[in-house]
Unconditional design. Structure first.
Length: 375
């Protein structure tokens, strides 16, 4: 049996299996957790500044064990039980340790698998294949980490862009809530598109949907200027700085071609076009819902204009949700076109563009030149 797990039953005097009690199973869960978490902590203990190694093990194993003790787990199908156990433990674990520098490096998949596997043996429950259980539990654990990292990245990017706490909260809500909506919309589209086009389509729709939501909730319309929106999505593309590979663009779209550079021409063109369309729409007789925001277009300073020759932007230091430096600060880069980065993303994208697709990308006609790159 994998991972040194003991069999689920004791043997009677005639060789018949006798189901173990819930208490004995929980004792086994506790013993396994201390052993497996202890091995995992060995890899990250040097990054912890406050807790001793034994304290780390005690706390982390305790979060998982507390979630495993829930008696209702015994009456659930194993997948439902695994989902509930991981979710309950991760809620406490992320609240207590989410800002620790080692949080995203500590591998707890085997610890969760151990707890689920032991609980599956209660009351003569039919067994599933261990590998199936491990794969499912690992996926649940990684899903919680991914969601936590995306949340942190979005908040860091927004905190760098906007100084007002109320504005940050409203923009975060708009950006976060539109993310899965746009992703699901794109995944439901069965038309064949190469990765570069998918990155463009996702980015364009995410900008449009999220900024429409933010526009209706932010009181000071001048806050959502062309420059601020460009800066926001530059920070979302590289939330932990240009040197860090993580991006809020879904990994499924950039895994083979890499994420776009911060100074992505398509991003600037998309935001500029959106503000131009909003300005044109504002010239029409306003409805009651639109009247609130109309004055922003009365000022020439807010007119969207081509951005290719703009001056360098000042660098701004990133501010995390709680000042965490777990992954480094999201650095505000100077807004100077990065020719090497543009070329690298374009060349990677070009490698998967053998079949040109005439998909409408929302009036982005400037991208249909002789070389349809994501630049």
């Amino acid at each position: 049996m994998q991972m040194g797990f003991r069999g689920p039953h004791n043997r009677g005097r005639f060789g018949h299996e006798v189901p173990r009690s819930h208490e004995s199973i929980l004792e086994r869960v506790h013993t396994n957790l201390y052993s497996i978490v202890g091995e995992a902590v060995e890899d990250v203990k040097h990054e912890e500044e406050k807790w001793s190694q034994s304290e780390m093990i005690k706390r982390i194993a305790g979060y998982i064990y507390k979630a495993a003790k829930a008696p209702e787990h015994l009456d659930r199908p194993w997948k439902e039980m695994a989902t509930a156990l991981v979710s309950g433990a991760m809620h406490s674990y992320m609240a207590a340790c989410g800002e620790k520098p080692w949080f995203y490096q500590l591998g707890l998949g085997n610890a969760f698998t151990s707890a689920v596997w032991e609980l599956m043996q209660a009351r003569g429950r039919p067994r599933a294949h261990f590998q199936d259980v491990q794969d499912f539990v690992m996926q649940e654990f990684e899903s919680h980490l991914d969601k936590s990292l995306l949340t942190k990245a979005m908040w860091d990017a927004i905190s760098v862009t906007f100084q007002d706490e109320t504005v940050r909260g409203k923009v975060y809500k708009a950006v976060y809530n539109s993310y899965n909506t746009v992703l699901d919309e794109l995944l439901e589209d069965s038309r064949p598109l190469d990765e570069a086009r998918k990155v463009e389509r996702f980015t364009k729709r995410w900008i449009e949907v999220s900024m429409q939501r933010a526009w209706s909730s932010v009181d000071d319309a001048n806050t959502l200027s062309t420059q601020n929106v460009i800066r926001l999505f530059q920070n979302l593309i590289a939330p932990f700085g240009e040197g860090h590979e993580y991006s809020c663009i879904p990994i499924m779209f950039v895994e083979s071609i890499g994420r776009p550079p911060r100074n992505w021409k398509f991003l600037k063109m998309t935001v500029t076009q959106m503000f131009t369309e909003w300005k044109e729409a504002s010239s029409q007789p306003p409805t009651s819902k639109r009247r609130k925001k109309m004055d922003v277009f009365a000022s020439p300073a807010e007119e969207a204009a081509p951005l290719e020759g703009e001056d360098e932007e000042d660098e701004e230091a990133a501010v995390g949700m709680n000042g965490s430096e777990a992954l480094g600060s999201a650095k505000e880069e100077a807004d100077v076109p990065d020719a090497d980065a543009e070329a690298e993303f374009s060349e990677d994208a070009q490698g998967v563009k053998e079949e040109e697709d005439d998909v409408d990308l929302g009036k982005s006609a400037n991208l249909a030149d002789s070389n349809p790159e994501c630049t």
